[in-house]
Design a protein around this ligand. Sequence first.
Ligand SMILES: NC(=O)c1ccc[n+]([C@@H]2O[C@H](COP(=O)([O-])OP(=O)(O)OC[C@H]3O[C@@H](n4cnc5c(N)ncnc54)[C@H](OP(=O)(O)O)[C@@H]3O)[C@@H](O)[C@H]2O)c1
Length: 238
Amino acid sequence: MAERAAIVTGASSGIGLAVSRMLAESGHGVTMAARRPEKLETAYEQLRGEGLDVQRIAADVGDEADVARVVAAHRDAYGRLDVLMNNAGVGIGAPIGELDTKRMDIQLATNLRALPLFYREALPLLRAAADEHRNALVVNTASIAGKRGQAWLSIYSATKAGVIGFTQSMNRELAGLGIRSTALCPGFVDTPMTDFVKEQVPPEAMIQTSDIVAAVRMLLTLSPGCVVPEIVFERPDV
Ligand SMILES: NC(=O)c1ccc[n+]([C@@H]2O[C@H](COP(=O)([O-])OP(=O)(O)OC[C@H]3O[C@@H](n4cnc5c(N)ncnc54)[C@H](OP(=O)(O)O)[C@@H]3O)[C@@H](O)[C@H]2O)c1
């Protein structure tokens, strides 16, 4: 049985896959959750092939029952939760006059509504970890778009601003109990999500998933008296 355990959503690619690997390499049993089963399976097989202790649960984080299912499957497999990374996210661009309600709701549900659902469902496990070592960690992937609203990405920007605000509230409620939360606010990261812009911004000029991994690794080393509400990652030319 792993001595530490983590749930990572959006774990099938990009930031979530990179952080899942780091957490597993550093001794966590990791539940990898993401939407599309085949893509998740490929990521899971990759980490299993590296000898890492991971399981995978295909789930839509916008679905309340799926959120509960992920947490229950994690509890059954590992029996504890030291790190929760709410990372699944989706950005669908549109000028406000052409806003599609369904696409708006997908972004609200995936990027924002999923967070309170995961905190609620995972709270007993997080509290048990905090009672043990005062160092339970929740990492919420926001975006630079949550710090500065972006044109044509208004709903995405609003959800990410919501993630930052919600993270602040969680620290007010839970940090004193030993459950600390951090919102990550990166600009363009070289992941599949930024494929659409790679002709204008070359991938090597973007923030790397290794930078996000380094930040999460740093958060894991902090003492219980230190809260980091957010980390902003900017590129040199912005
Ligand atoms: N890349 C950037 O420049 C950048 C910058 C700032 C913030 N972010 C944020 O970073 C996070 C990770 O994105 P990424 O760049 O690593 O992109 P990515 O490679 O496209 O990964 C997104 C992950 O989220 C999952 N996902 C999407 N909708 C989901 C849902 N409803 N339920 C469960 N899983 C879902 C995806 O699974 P499926 O593919 O199966 O849907 C995938 O595993 C997102 O929250 C994103 O908003 C990214």
